[in-house]
Design a protein around this ligand. Structure first.
Ligand code: FES
Length: 128
């Protein structure tokens, strides 16, 4: 099946008006039985499951996405603040995930599935 045929086969659901998802926002929407965290990072929309792989915490219901501190050898191991507005922390035990990639910072082999979220005129839709 081609990529376009696959996209047409998948269902699209309206989850709100564009004005409900301003830059820097995050909210959890319900689509059928699924809860999806929708993030607007720098004007781009991302969808992640609202369930943490650690112990099923409500991953996307925590504080607004922030950045994180890292220390790298090429920067003489000094701490630096990176990925501003791209890191969501699970409210239960604090595991952090990179919103654009779904990758867990502490366990990089753990990657969340992602949902395609996109603007269609004045509406925002998710494709499942
Ligand atoms: S349930 Fe998310 S960090 Fe534990």
């Amino acid at each position: 099946m081609t990529n376009n045929a696959e996209k047409k086969r998948r269902q699209e659901y309206v989850i709100g008006d564009v004005s409900n998802f301003p830059e820097g926002s995050h909210k959890v929407v319900k689509v059928g039985r699924r809860e999806i965290g929708v993030f607007n990072v720098g004007g781009k929309l991302y969808g992640l499951p609202n369930i943490c792989p650690h112990q099923t915490g409500p991953l996307c219901e925590g504080r607004p996405p922030l950045g994180t501190l890292v220390a790298r050898g090429e920067n003489d191991w000094k701490f630096e603040w990176v990925s501003e507005g791209e890191i969501v922390a699970c409210p239960w035990h604090g595991l952090e995930y990179h919103v654009p990639t779904g990758r867990c910072l502490a366990y990089p082999n753990v990657v969340l599935r992602s949902y395609e979220v996109f603007r269609d005129g004045d509406e925002v839709k998710v494709r499942l």
